[in-house]
Design a protein around this ligand. Structure first.
Ligand code: HEM
Length: 285
């Protein structure tokens, strides 16, 4: 019997064990909050929302493994990608299951709603995609399919990420704060892959490139937000852009995207400083 927290040598991997335990925490929290009436006046609806949020976050975490292992020079991070992906599928099933419970398990109604409401159709397509990836995630399936076809199939996760962002944006009636952040981060995750490929033999993007990408994606996020407010409410785009420099309307999504992506670039710099031989480390004083 192979346990998810063991490495291929049969030893317990502290990294795998920590991630394995952490993946249960959001579900446990939602379960406990639900049981103790801490989820507000519509607990089932709130639980659907919480599991939906964690599904998209986990899909993004799985997508972040490749850039992070390059930028942080932490190749072992790869050992937790499968676990995170399978957890995203489990949370998606929980999200769908709670939605079914909310509809009193009326399968005919659920099927009609999924067929007629475009945001549900998109969410359902994402779950079907995740199911295909989870079903082919075992070592046996990788061997059976062959490495190349398996890799090609698993590129489906890029489309699943996009479907998840669109579903998230479409179901948000008023507050598009977190969906806009997720759209910005999705752009970063995809553009990193696009840009990292042709740079050098090891297909890495330089840390300066990572920092510039963060700025570019933040500008893209701010422009997207301004375009949305223009189309939806006729707001002056310059006013929406200017809001990024003030805290009057809270921290804007573009600022959060900039903070997160630049934090990754800074972590990359710190990692290089730690691994540099002592005599080559730059002096700051
Ligand atoms: C991978 C697939 C999916 C992801 C990543 C996902 C993600 C999300 C997210 C992030 C939210 C918003 C949470 C919030 O704003 O607090 C949400 C809401 C919701 N999702 Fe999904 N979802 C997926 C699939 C589905 C499916 C298959 C269904 C049902 C057929 C579904 C039904 C809903 C419903 C009913 C809501 C709440 C809408 C409302 O309150 O008006 N989702 N989902």
């Amino acid at each position: 019997m192979t346990y998810p927290w063991k490495d291929y040598g049969g030893r317990t991997s502290p990294l795998k064990l920590a991630v394995f335990v952490a993946l249960f925490v959001p579900a446990l929290w939602v379960g406990i909050a639900f049981a103790s009436n801490m989820l507000g006046p519509r607990p089932l609806n709130e639980a659907i929302h919480q599991l939906g949020l964690w599904t998209i976050r986990l899909i993004f975490l799985a997508l972040a493994v490749t850039p992070l292992r390059h930028i942080l020079q932490w190749s072992r991070l790869l050992v937790v990608r499968r676990m995170i992906g399978v957890a995203a599928f489990a949370y998606a099933i929980g999200h769908l299951g709670l939605y079914a419970a909310d509809q009193a398990f009326d399968l005919a109604k659920i099927a009609t709603e999924i067929a007629l409401r475009i945001y549900l159709t998109i969410g359902f397509a994402a779950v079907v995609g995740l199911a295909a990836l989870a079903a082919t995630s075992t070592d046996g399936m990788i061997r059976r399919l062959g490495a190349r076809p398996w890799q090609r199939l698993h590129r489906l996760v890029y489309a699943i990420g996009l479907l998840a962002v669109v579903h998230f944006c479409m179901q948000s009636k008023l507050d598009l704060w977190e969906p806009t952040i997720m759209a910005g981060l999705y752009a970063w995750l995809m553009l990193y892959r696009l840009l990292a490929r042709p740079v050098g033999a090891r297909s890495r993007l330089s840390l300066l490139g990572v920092a510039m990408l963060g700025i570019g994606v933040a500008v893209l996020t701010a422009s997207g937000e301004a375009a949305y407010f223009r189309l939806a409410y006729g707001a002056d785009p310059m006013l929406v852009i200017a809001a990024n420099w003030s805290l009057a309307t809270g921290v804007r999504p573009a600022v959060v995207v900039l903070g997160l992506t630049e934090a990754v670039a800074v972590a990359g710099v710190l990692r290089r400083l730690v691994t540099l031989p002592v005599r080559r480390r730059p002096r700051f004083a």
